[in-house]
Ligand binder design. Structure first.
Ligand code: FAD
Length: 556
């Protein structure tokens, strides 16, 4: 192992997720290195991901978010922390970083032998008219959190702009605080990384909790109102007057220093790094939200601005500094993320259908709905899982899930499947832990494998829309079909189907539909073996609520 000599100096710019992980790991590998962390803010190593939950009151103790302090990093790890100090210039020839005290403006030079860039990404703040209003805020640091908490005093309404992961967490927490929440999203869906049908239930969950969700709308400008209120003018001309605005429309990498130092950047401004986190200058590393790593899914490079990648990249970087090429390389990020909104969670791992289409990559899609654990054991909840897979090899390319419980477990299994290059055949026989309170003898992950292999083997023919001229055959129980009728459907419950086959036209394509897709599949198997052309509607009525007849339809 190449232990650094006592004279070797390592400077780390940015002291939170990636920077602090890197410095701590480096110390564990090399007791004698001279390690300095330069951090612009007053805090290091704090829990950014917990910030929304302190605002909403779920995490009561503010101190719980400060995982380390400059003093504890010094005491535990012998790390020199220069807080409230900004790195302003890198001289690659002289191997120095210019740093400036945020309080006094005093500058000094820090020599380095190896430099780590971990400055993260800053919330986007578009140059809209009126954006400088003091009640228009964003959330990244503990100080931002304190400002938002203060701004929420004595106001009753908040506009959250952007329905990505942080925007949704903020909307939920603000609703917990009994604020009137308006949530505006430019795209026609929330969580634009996921496929549209996988977020519709969460959109309904937001509406059910009185969040005023406005999709496909942009904010065009802001103007000041009395009492420190703000009016936001939307692209459709509507005006929303609120007590505060939270901007959560995404982040941009803080790569100005890297640019100034002449390091290679992607067109979107991320620092390009190798599998060992080395930039185009081998003495300078970059980790976390600022960097783009080789993308194992698309073959290009990608940036996944999340806590897990930043922490693990920090570790890789430290390992490479000390162990060189024998260090474990960073395998790239596959983009595994999850969010909870009230009683529903939704998340993704790997490629979405949208992204596969952009990449012009062939895929097949399988969606199943089952129970979070044995349905007969109290408390089980519905969970929907969508798996995307390669039609040639069956390899899992991506997965998305939503439900009340157990979404995290299934996404993590699928993320592992992706990393392990598993196929839909492997999903069939994954041996998941099972006892009634935890799962089912056939877990929904296995069921996704069953359904996907059935599709591949020609046993299941799924469709997302009913072809012209086809018969829509509702195979739900008559009581359900009467209570929730489907427009244009013929109801023959599955138990009666074999007896009533003669009533069906053998020359007409039949599309079977049930609640979630499973009974529809069973019915299609009966029909196919009696030589009918039978297709099954993906996800059943649950996936196609537009098929349900509304009570007033008949009246008109
Ligand atoms: P950061 O953790 O942002 O740290 C960068 C630090 O560098 C900052 O403190 C900054 O002040 C400092 N800095 C920047 N420039 C300079 C300079 N020139 N000189 C000195 N210091 C500088 N991820 C998840 O996986 N799950 C979640 O649930 C989740 N929730 C989140 C919720 C919120 C509100 C936020 C803001 C982020 C959340 N994230 C979540 C994302 C995750 O926190 C980030 O991906 C991660 O912190 C990135 O780590 P980083 O080290 O690259 O940057």
């Amino acid at each position: 192992m190449n232990v650094l000599s006592p004279s070797r100096r390592v400077v780390v710019i940015g002291g939170v997720a990636g920077g602090a992980s890197c410095a701590a790991r480096l110390r564990r590998l090399d007791e004698f290195a001279d390690i300095t962390i330069v951090e612009r803010g007053p805090d290091v190593s704090f829990a950014n991901c917990g910030l929304p939950y302190h605002i909403g009151g779920e995490i009561r103790d503010r101190d719980a978010l400060s995982i380390q302090t400059p003093a504890s990093l010094q005491a535990m790890l012998n790390l020199r922390v220069l807080a409230l100090t900004e790195a302003t210039h890198i001289d690659r020839n002289a191997r120095t970083v210019t740093v400036k005290s945020v309080k006094t403006g005093e500058e000094r030079l820090l020599p380095y032998d190896q430099l780590v860039l971990a400055p993260g990404a800053a919330p986007l703040r578009p140059p809209l008219p009126g954006i400088e209003h003091p009640q228009i805020l964003s959330l990244r640091s503990l100080e931002d959190m304190d400002r938002i908490k203060l701004a929420l005093h004595h106001i009753s309404s908040v506009l959250v702009i952007g329905a990505g992961f942080i925007g949704l967490e903020m909307a939920e927490q603000l609703a917990h605080l009994k604020k009137k929440v308006h949530l505006v999203e430019l795209q026609p869906q929330i969580l634009p990384l996921l496929d549209a049908e996988m977020v519709r239930p969460m959109e309904n969950e937001l509406r059910r909790h009185h969040v005023d969700l406005r999709l496909g709308q942009a904010v065009a400008s802001f103007s000041a109102e009395p009492d420190n209120h703000v009016t936001a003018v939307l692209s459709n001309g509507e005006r929303l007057t609120v007590g505060a605005v939270i901007l959560s429309i995404g982040v941009r990498p803080e790569s100005a220093l890297a640019k100034q130092a002449g390091l290679a950047l992607t067109p979107r401004g991320h620092v390009v790094v190798s599998e060992y986190m080395q930039t185009s200058d081998p003495l300078i590393y970059a980790v976390g939200d600022v960097c783009a790593t080789p993308d194992p899914l698309s073959g290009g490079v990608s940036n996944v601005p999340l806590g897990g990648p930043a922490n693990r990249q920090g570790r890789t970087c430290a390992d490479h500094m000390v162990r060189g090429p024998s260090a474990l390389p960073y395998p790239g990020s596959i983009g595994t993320a999850i969010v909870r909104v009230f009683h529903l969670a939704a998340g993704i791992t790997g490629l979405s259908e949208k992204r596969l289409r952009e990449l012009a990559r062939p895929y097949r899609s399988t969606t199943v709905t089952g129970s979070s654990h044995a349905s007969y054991y109290p408390g089980s909840q519905k969970i929907t899982l969508k798996v995307l897979w390669d039609p040639e090899t069956g390899r899992v390319l991506g997965a998305q899930s939503y439900g009340g419980d157990g979404v995290d477990k299934r996404l993590d299994v699928l993320a592992t499947a992706l990393r392990g290059k598993l196929t839909i055949d492997d999903l069939v026989h994954l041996e998941m832990s099972y006892a009634p309170p935890f799962g089912s003898a056939k877990d929904i992950v296995n069921i996704a494998g069953f359904a996907a292999t059935n599709q591949r083997d020609g046993l299941l023919h799924n469709v997302d829309t009913v072809p012209d001229g086809a018969l829509l055959l509702d195979v739900r129980a008559t009581a359900t079909a009467t209570q929730e009728p489907m427009a244009g459907a013929t109801n023959i419950p599955l138990p009666l189907l074999r007896k009533q086959l003669a009533s069906l036209d053998p020359n007409q394509v039949v599309v079977t539909v049930c609640n979630f897709g499973k009974t529809g599949y069973f019915a299609a198997r009966v029909l196919a073996q009696h030589r009918y052309t039978a297709l099954t509607l993906t996800g059943g009525v649950h996936g196609h609520p537009e098929l349900l007849k509304h009570k007033d339809d008949d009246a008109s």
